[in-house]
Every structure is written in C-alpha cells, then in structure tokens.
Write a protein that binds this ligand. Sequence first.
Ligand SMILES: [Fe+2]
Length: 255
Amino acid sequence: MSQRVARLLHITDTHLHASPAGRMRGVRTDETMRAVLARAMGNGDRPDAILLTGDLVQDETRGGYERLHELLSGHDMPVYCLPGNHDAPATMCEVLAEPPFQVGGDVQLGNWSLILLNSHRAGEDAGLLSPAELDRTAGILNSGHSSHYLICVHHQVLPMGSRWLDGVGLRNGEELVDIIDRSNKVRGVVWGHVHQASDRRRQDVRYLSSPSTCLQFLPNSDDFAVDNRPPGFRWLDLYANGRIDSDVVWLEPEA
Ligand SMILES: [Fe+2]
C-alpha cells in the first residue's frame, strides 16, 4: 500500500454573494456552502488542504470574497484557489492575498505538485489559457521537480457532451491536452464550471469534474437545464506512487 501524500477537499462553484441571503436560481449559496463544509470537516479523516476551482463569487463583490475568507480561514489548512468566469480576479487576489490562501501558481505536496491555472477571460463565459499559462505549465512539467502532477482549472478540459456547456468550455483545451500527453507525470486533471461530477481516463490520466456546492446542471443536456441533485464536493487522495483515490459526496436530503 503506497503512502498517502495529501487528502484534498475539492469544492467548487460556490457562487457566494456579498449578502448571506444571496441566491443563485433560488439556492442560498452561503447556506449550501456552510452545509458542505460542515459535512466535509465533520468527517474523521480531515483534509490537508482545500482546493477551490473557480466561480467562488457570483456578484463579483469584495464582500463576496470576504465572506469566502471568513468561511475558509478558520480551518487551519491551506486553501488553494483559481478564478472562474464569474470571478473578479483582481478583487479575489486582493482579498485572498495572505495565507492560508493562495491564488494561482503551483504547490508542492510531498512528491506531488498542483498546478493552478487561470482560464478566466474578462466578459466571457468560455475560458482560454494564455500562451504564458500554457508555457508555465509545460515548464513546470519539464522541470522534473515532482514525480506526479495534478492540474487544476475552472473550465472543462475535455468536452462534457452537453451542447450549451461545451459552447462555454476551455477554448484551447486541446493545447493543454497536448502538453499533458507529452509529459508522463500528469496523473490527474480536475475542473469545476460544469456543476456535475464526471470521472474519465485518457492515456492513463484521470480527468475529473466536481459538483457545485450550490446547484447542479443536467448532464448530457443540449440546452441549459438544472439538475435536481443536491450540493456536493469531491475528495482527492494523492498517493506517493501516483495513484489518485477519489469520491464524490452528495448532500442528500435526510429522509
Ligand atoms: Fe459555476
């Protein structure tokens, strides 16, 4: 049995507002995020760090990021963040400038590294990785610094099979996949944006999407549709031999 290097709590698309009463399509996002945190942190096997893959704040307010800060700074663990299409990256970097928060960059965890990518494009729902961001990724992978890498980004790197969602995906996802294919050290790629769970393998790399902490989108739908699944989150357990164990937890209403 290989040794576990890190247990990550992956939460995404929290869509918080300045007001705790703020809603996304009727869902009180502050309340659902608190419920997700209570469930995840109430588990005996606590995470070593929290990973947030964008759409942290819905209304692009400073108050929304301050709310996020308040919700996450008291857990005595690092919080790694990157922006989504709904975020205001400059405000996000200002409010989350100090530990335990880290916005973007990369993170070394034992013989693993996380690469936190920025696919935000001002005024657009779709994402794009700049040439600098692609070069940075290739440079980190070529450095040989770690044995295993997890790439984290907001927009879906592979199509989800949903026409409307794939119209607002990562426009140059193929360029990132080319870089991943040329490396033999990427073990996983994880994203938010799609508000649904998926788990695929391509050339021995795990490609994962995670549910939102608020509301979900209906998988395989041509047009926008809300799914009736509850809030959710994902566990990511990273092992020294490169293995990833992962589970999605849904906050099913009590019967
Ligand atoms: Fe979102």
